[in-house]
Design a protein around this ligand. Structure first.
Ligand code: CO
Length: 279
């Protein structure tokens, strides 16, 4: 087993919310099939001071947003309108293209509060990039869950820890959230041939003798994964995905295979082919 660490860099997104971003960076442009990981918060804001994004397009991949704390609100040009509460996942397969906006919910805006979440971008293979967009609202109750001594395991998609998550994937990936008390240990087999990422959103975790702190991404190689809590309480995200192995041409909100396809995406967006805002 090997463990490689990447410390998240600070970046500013949308209307000015700060994220910690392990990738993409100049050194690590993507971790096939994953394109981006943004750790949002924890950010505490006063009433009326929350920030999100304005309407913007995506094409060629999926955005997967998972909430740990607070409430996010989402609208898209397919007419979906969702509220994400702690433990909920919003799985937006942008594919051929959608417009969306996301940010603290109207309720949170009125009250102020703490927002803490994660947004993952999952690439799509060439054959799926121009397919129809879809949207899944996965409620906390739908997560596959098991409690063990000092640990809670929730699987949102794919198979890990002997649990099958509810998320429908277009490409083989898995997504789990493990909460660990200090010194509690959980073990899972890893899907063969998958890239494996471990990211503590809070606390710290020991992976094969390496301590991974909050805000640090571990790229793990091996057949099984053992996680041991290295803080009073740790919220650890485990991601696995089969590499797609195709060329990646990306610019801002579009991720295609070629520069020509990127230019087409900008033309289509300019021509209004991504739909219209719904508020
Ligand atoms: Co977006």
């Amino acid at each position: 087993m090997s463990v490689r660490l990447i410390k998240a860099q600070r970046a500013v997104e949308g209307e000015g919310f700060e994220v910690r971003r392990p990738f993409p960076t100049q050194a690590v442009p993507h971790l096939d099939p994953f394109l981006l990981l943004d750790h949002m918060g924890p950010t505490t804001f006063a009433a009326g001071k929350g920030v999100g994004t304005s309407w913007h397009p995506h094409r060629g991949f999926e955005t997967v947003t998972y909430m740990l704390d607070g409430q996010m609100e989402h609208r898209d040009s397919m007419g979906n309108h969702g509220l994400l509460n702690p433990g909920d996942t919003q799985w937006m397969t942008a594919a051929s293209g959608v417009l969306h906006k996301e940010g603290p919910s109207a309720t949170m805006q009125r009250s102020g509060g703490t927002l803490h979440g994660l947004q993952l971008w999952v690439n799509l293979p060439a054959a799926e990039k121009m397919s129809d967009p879809t949207y899944q609202d996965l409620r906390v109750e739908a997560n596959a869950r098991r409690d063990e001594p000092g640990a809670t395991i929730r699987v949102i998609a794919g198979s890990l820890f002997g649990l099958d998550g509810p998320g429908r994937t277009r490409w083989p990936i898995s997504y789990a959230h493990v909460t660990l008390d200090h010194a509690a240990t959980v073990v899972t087999d890893l899907p063969e041939g998958h890239r494996v990422l471990v990211y503590p959103m809070t606390g710290a975790v020991d992976v094969d003798g390496t301590t991974v702190a909050e805000g640090v991404l571990a790229i793990v190689d091996g057949a099984t994964l053992q996680l041991t809590g290295a803080a009073d309480r740790s919220d650890v995200i485990v991601l696995t995905g089969e590499p797609i192995g195709e060329p990646v041409a990306r610019h801002g909100p579009f991720v295609m295979n070629t520069d020509d396809e990127l230019r087409q995406a900008f033309r289509d967006f300019g021509a209004g082919r991504f739909g219209a805002p719904t508020d």
